[in-house]
Design a binder for this molecule. Structure first.
Ligand SMILES: [Zn+2]
Length: 333
């Protein structure tokens, strides 16, 4: 790592200073409409003396809103006197994507959550990843990265941690998930872990939890309430904010294998046969994909490959071959 050049990102905040600072991660971005311009990624640092550091992030994907809503709110309202340690809040990590309302960056099409460890001399998205990798994660004790389904997926609201080789860190992750107190809690399997922020944090030995709290490219009152309560609960759980965790009963879910995921094999119009949170049996039809180019064609059926609960579904009415159509998770306990 030491061979790499320094990050071009200049923070306008001092991570070691007590109090509240609202500033930016300023990333130089020279372009047609701004020759010596920059991308200004909002950041808030709330510090009060010694103690653990929490890194709270949203907008890793630009079309997911519960995290940003909870985190802009927290940055505005968290009193430093109530903090022991440091809270670093970046509510819109991939800020160009967030401003465009898209999953990936309009500048370079970069998917930030597939760009880690990033590069200091790479694309704008790779430069953001590199800054988190080399500057923010090393000073972090616990990272909470908010996700939702974005425009194309919708989820039952859950907080999640990964199955990890280090069972002590795994247990700490599940404890933090339990403290978040979403209606569902997930032992999560990734289908594509390479390049993820999650993977970068975990390979550094950090405690890392994430969420999927809704989706569809919008937010709902319920899912925003879950996100707001969850982030405060995690801060209480780590002792950074005093007070008891506001526990809500959670149902644990597990994603034991790739059989959880069902993908569309045809283009067409998708008909959801099961709603989010409904129990399903192995072999049950989860969705039907209707050909629309002609009449008289039988729909293609997507069947559950395991019994459990519908945890995620394709959101838009039209689907393309290769799209994730449904995710089934197994009820634990
Ligand atoms: Zn996401």
């Amino acid at each position: 790592m030491s061979r790499l050049r320094p990050s071009p990102i200049a923070p306008t905040v001092d991570f070691d200073k007590d109090g509240v600072q609202h500033g930016f991660l300023r990333l130089p971005y020279s372009r047609d409409d701004s020759a010596w311009g920059s991308v200004m990624i909002p950041i808030c640092v709330i510090r009060n003396g010694k103690g653990p550091t929490a890194l709270l992030t949203g907008g890793n994907h630009g079309d997911e809103y519960e995290g940003p809503l909870a985190l802009y709110d927290l940055a505005r309202t968290l009193d430093p006197k109530a903090v022991s340690g440091t809270v670093i809040i970046v509510p819109a990590m991939n800020y160009p994507a967030f401003r465009a309302g898209t999953r990936t960056s309009p500048i370079d099409k970069g998917n930030l959550n597939r760009s880690f460890p990033g590069r200091p001399d790479g694309t704008v998205t790779e430069k953001i990843a590199d800054y988190f990798q080399r500057e923010l994660l090393p000073r972090t004790d616990i990272a909470l990265d908010f996700h939702s389904g974005g425009r194309t997926l919708d989820f039952v609201p859950f907080c999640a941690a990964h199955i990890r080789p280090d069972k002590v860190l795994e247990a700490k992750g599940f404890d933090a998930v339990e403290a978040f107190s979403a209606p569902w809690s997930m032992k999560m399997l990734e289908i594509d872990a390479v390049g993820m922020f999650d993977t970068a944090a975990e390979e550094m030995g950090k405690l890392f939890i994430t969420t999927e709290v809704g989706g569809g490219g919008t937010s709902r009152a319920e899912t925003v309430r879950i996100a707001r309560r969850g982030v405060l609960n995690v801060l209480r759980h780590t002792g950074i904010v005093a007070g008891a965790v506001e526990k809500v009963r959670t149902q644990w879910l597990d994603m034991p294998s790739g059989d959880c995921f069902s993908f569309a094999e045809d283009d067409g119009m998708i008909e959801t046969m099961v709603d989010l949170g409904e129990k399903v049996e192995e072999g049950q039809v989860l969705a039907r994909i209707h050909s629309v180019g002609r009449t008289g064609v039988a729909p293609h059926e997507i069947r559950a490959r395991m019994s459990g609960l519908l945890a995620a579904r394709h959101f838009p009415g039209l689907v393309k071959a290769g799209d994730c159509a449904a995710v089934v998770a197994v009820l634990v306990g």
